[in-house]
Design a binder for this molecule. Structure first.
Ligand code: ZN
Length: 411
C-alpha cells in the first residue's frame, strides 16, 4: 500500500451564470500569465544586454508583481485569489525548465487555444456534497462521474490538493489532484521488454504483438467536419453547430486512444514486475517528416508515461534504456551486430548463429536483457538486495540470464 498522486477527471455541468464565472477566472489566469511573462521578458532582455544570461525569478518577485497588477487591473479581484498564485507557480516551473532542463522559453497564452484552464488550491475550502462541487468564491456546480469516483470523492479516503477547471472543446471538466492509498499489485516474478512501433503498437519480448487501434473512421469524420467548418462564416450560428459535432469526433478519437493506453498500461504493470522500455526521443523523431503524423496520432510518449507512473503506483520496476542502444541491430541470441539492417526490413536471419528474427520481437528481447542488466548493475552498486528473488526469477525467463547469473554467483 502506498499513497499516490492521481488526477481524477470529472465532467462539469455549469449553468449560464457559472459559465461566466469560469470564463472570467480562465481569462484572468491567462491575462496574469501573459502580463507576468511580458514584464519578466523585458527585464530579462535588459539583463542580457549587460551580459547576464540568468535573471533570478522567485515566488517573492512574482507575488509582488501580482499585487501591482491587481492594483492596475481591478478586475483581477474577481478571481478566486489562489488561482492567480497558481499562475506564477506554473510560470516559475516553466522558467525552471527553461534554465535548467533546456526547454523552450515560456510562451504567451492565446485566447484561441482549444484548451483553457485555471487551478484552485484547496485550503480546506473546496467541498463536495453528493453531486455538487462547491468552489470558494465561485459557488456550486454539478458534476457527473462513475459511481466509483463519486463514492471516492465523497469519502474520507482521499485528500484533495487542488482542482483545475478546464474548458476543452466547449465542455467543462474539473481535474481533482488527489492523494489516495493504492494497493500494490501481487508480485509475478516476470520481466518484459517492450518495443514500441508504428504498425504494431507494442511487441513484447515473449513475441506477443499488440496491434495498433484503428482510428480511420474517427479521422475521416474529423476531416469531413473540418471541411464543412472551413466553408461557414466564423462564429455564426451554423458554424457553432457544426463545431460541436466536430469537437465530438475529436473527443471520440482522443478517448479511444486514452482508453486503449490505460488498458495496456494496466495489463503490463499487473502481469510484469520489471518493465523495460526504450527511451524514445519523441522530439527527435518528430523532425522526421514522414513519421511525424503517424507519431502524433499514436502519441507514444503518453503511453510510456502511463506505464511509468502506474509501475510506481503498483510497486513495480520501470527501466528505460538509452535510445542509443542498438536494440534492432543486435542478434539477441549471439550478440552479432547487423550494421546493414535497413529501416523497412521486418525480418532477418543472423549470419552467425542462423536464428531467424522478427525485427520487433528481437528488439524487445534485447531491450529486456539490457534493462535487466542495468537493473542488476544498480543493485550490485547499491548493495541493496531487497527484492533480489524477483530479479533472479525474472532473469531465469531470459535468454542471456546464464551469464548474468554466473556473474552474480561469482561475486
Ligand atoms: Zn545470432
Amino acid at each position: 500500500m502506498r499513497i499516490v498522486n492521481k488526477g481524477l477527471v470529472v465532467r462539469l455541468y455549469p449553468d449560464e451564470c457559472m459559465v461566466r464565472e469560469f470564463n472570467q477566472n480562465i481569462g484572468n489566469a491567462r491575462f496574469t500569465w501573459n502580463m507576468l511573462l511580458e514584464e519578466y521578458q523585458k527585464t530579462y532582455e535588459l539583463f542580457k544586454q549587460h551580459g547576464y544570461n540568468r535573471l533570478k525569478c522567485n515566488m517573492t518577485t512574482f507575488n509582488t508583481m501580482l499585487t501591482m497588477l491587481k492594483k492596475w487591473y481591478p478586475f483581477l479581484y474577481l478571481s478566486e485569489s489562489s488561482s492567480l498564485q497558481q499562475v506564477y507557480r506554473d510560470l516559475l516551473n516553466a522558467f525552471k525548465k527553461f534554465f535548467n532542463e533546456g526547454a523552450g522559453f515560456p510562451c504567451f497564452k492565446s485566447k484561441k487555444h482549444p484548451k483553457q484552464s485555471f487551478r484552485i488550491q484547496n485550503n480546506n475550502n473546496i467541498k463536495i456534497k453528493d453531486n455538487i462541487l462547491v468552489l470558494p468564491k465561485i459557488g456550486k456546480v454539478y458534476y457527473r462521474t462513475s459511481k466509483e469516483y463519486k463514492r471516492l470523492l465523497n469519502s474520507n479516503e482521499i485528500k484533495i490538493n487542488n482542482v483545475t477547471i478546464k474548458k476543452s472543446n466547449g465542455k467543462f471538466y474539473t481535474v481533482f489532484n488527489i492523494e489516495m492509498p493504492v494497493e500494490s499489485f501481487e508480485k509475478t516474478f516476470l520481466s518484459v521488454g517492450i518495443d514500441l512501433g508504428l504498425e504494431t503498437l507494442a511487441t513484447l519480448s515473449n513475441e506477443l504483438k499488440i496491434t495498433n487501434f484503428d482510428l480511420t473512421y474517427e479521422e475521416k469524420m474529423i476531416k469531413k467536419y473540418q471541411r464543412i467548418l472551413s466553408r461557414k462564416n466564423y462564429d455564426s450560428n451554423r458554424y457553432r453547430k457544426v463545431q460541436k459535432t466536430y469537437w465530438k469526433w475529436i473527443d471520440k478519437k482522443n478517448n479511444k486512444i486514452k482508453d486503449a493506453y490505460h488498458k495496456l498500461s494496466h495489463y503490463l504493470t499487473k502481469v510484469y514486475d520489471i518493465i523495460c522500455m526504450e527511451d524514445l526521443d519523441i522530439k527527435e523523431m518528430f523532425q522526421d517528416s514522414d513519421l511525424s503524423s503517424k507519431l502524433q496520432r499514436i502519441g507514444l510518449a503518453s503511453l510510456v508515461d502511463k506505464i511509468k507512473y502506474k509501475a510506481e503506483w503498483y510497486d513495480k520496476v520501470f527501466i528505460q534504456i538509452s535510445r542509443w542502444f542498438p536494440s534492432s541491430k543486435n542478434c539477441h541470441n549471439c550478440g552479432y551486430y547487423n550494421k546493414n539492417l535497413k529501416r523497412d526490413e521486418r525480418e532477418w536471419t543472423c549470419p552467425e548463429c542462423g536464428t531467424h528474427h522478427d525485427r520487433d520481437a528481437n528488439a524487445a528481447k534485447n531491450i529486456q536483457m539490457e534493462g535487466l542488466r542495468i537493473y542488476h548493475e544498480n543493485l550490485v552498486n547499491l548493495r541493496d538486495w531487497g527484492d533480489s528473488t524477483v530479479i533472479l526469477e525474472a532473469l531465469a525467463s531470459t535468454v542471456r540470464e546464464v551469464r548474468i547469473l554466473e556473474l552474480y554467483s561469482s561475486r
